[in-house]
Design a protein around this ligand. Sequence first.
Ligand code: HEC
Length: 478
Amino acid sequence: MLRTLLILLLVLPVTGCNSTEPMVDPFDPDDVDYAAIDNPAFAEDVRPLLVARCGDCHGADDDLDATSWDGLIAGSSGSEALIAYDSENSLMIELMTKLPTEHPAYEAHQLDPSEVDFLKRWIDQGAKNADGAVPYAGTDRSRVYVCNQMAGQVSIIDIENMVVARNISFGAPMATTPHDVDVEPDGSAWYVALINANSVLKYDAATNELMATALLDPTFKPGMLALDPNSDRLYSGRSFSDLSGGQSVYTIERSTMTATEAAIPYTRPHPIAVTNDGSYLLSGSLADNIIASYDTADPELELTDQVTVDGQQKSFVHYAIAPNNNVAVLTSQLSQELYFIDISDPENLSILSVVQVGNQPWHPTYSPDGSRVYVPNRLSNSVSVVDASDPANPSVTATIEDERFAMPHGSGITADGRYLFVANRNQDFEDGPRYTPRYPFGDNANVGHLSVIDTQTLEVIKVLEVEEFASGVSVYEP
Ligand code: HEC
């Protein structure tokens, strides 16, 4: 017994103590030559740096977890932390490179320039995880596309995490000016109208690579798009800025991107929509008080009805079609009205009712159950909520106000009707209120943004900063 105890006493100190094992040095980014790493790997190169440089303040229990890939791409409650392939507009990089020295977060985000360049490299190569996955890639996630007209870009928002996932650039902003966007019903491709490039582009949604271009007449500036989910058709009206006097719209076959110009009997056809069964195209004019319907059987379209609305100049901006396909709503810029139009027989259009909304109502959106229409009012900086359950007697039941609205323009909604997305132009224009971006980066005088509205509370629950002049919006859900 004593012998056993003695042996134990002799053995224990040796096995129980680590002091003889070599010490592992803690990771120190200063020991790494980041300039030499051309292709940063997340697990080996990126994560250790993030843990060392960000972990004290942005760990697993914080609003932003910058120490894991999942945490980093999910962003904070206020914003994305990075945008794959776009380090220039990635918040984490902007915090490192654009903050004024007096900003409280300045010190916290000062990294060695070689470390900043290394992180930029990783983001510009796709911010891939250890398995080589690009954040939010693929076509199986819900997303919002929003044009950034004066930045020559489309931003793609991931709906589940409510963050900007990608920015797709078309080239020189003034030469491209993307205005509206639409998505293939199966999510496989998206389309964008480039006003100043006289073209409509088709992009692969999985890779966000250009697939094909429909080049339109050089005098035709495409504006709003209307996609028929039942056929191969996409239609384009003319931009607000198209003052050519041209009297036509375009029919585009999406599979081939073949474009056919269809003659119409009026100028400035901005509003455009296709009925839910695809049989008729609805159009109208910014210049004349005209609304019209066309049979779509032939790509050159056949005029089936044309109605002239009495009174002052209306300047019809844009349509939305009720889910039951019996009613269309149409905004009138100059008379600040929303028209309810009976389209149950599109060859006999008739106006059911007119309701006063805000100043310069823009792109309206129907709730998926047809009970409401949401109308962003460009110059009142508000969104009218219109009870549309009885289209002969609509009424404004609420007006959503938010100090961050700044020239609300486009809109879109989730399939369950819960979240409404409103694009804000936010330009120095007509003395309207401006949105002040969350961080003073110096280069964001005209940041556009997307307001996310909870339609149950009618409150703006998040503001997603995108690029200059957010305009047309399209929502895709698998
Ligand atoms: C010493 C603490 C500290 C460190 C270290 C730090 N941050 Fe921050 N970070 C902050 C604070 C504080 C804010 C909020 C600043 C504000 O609200 O003005 C912030 C904000 C952010 C935001 C914006 C979140 C939002 O939505 O406003 C991002 C992204 C971010 N940090 C990324 C990083 C990354 C990546 C690192 C490492 C490279 C890092 N930070 C290191 C303190 C830190």
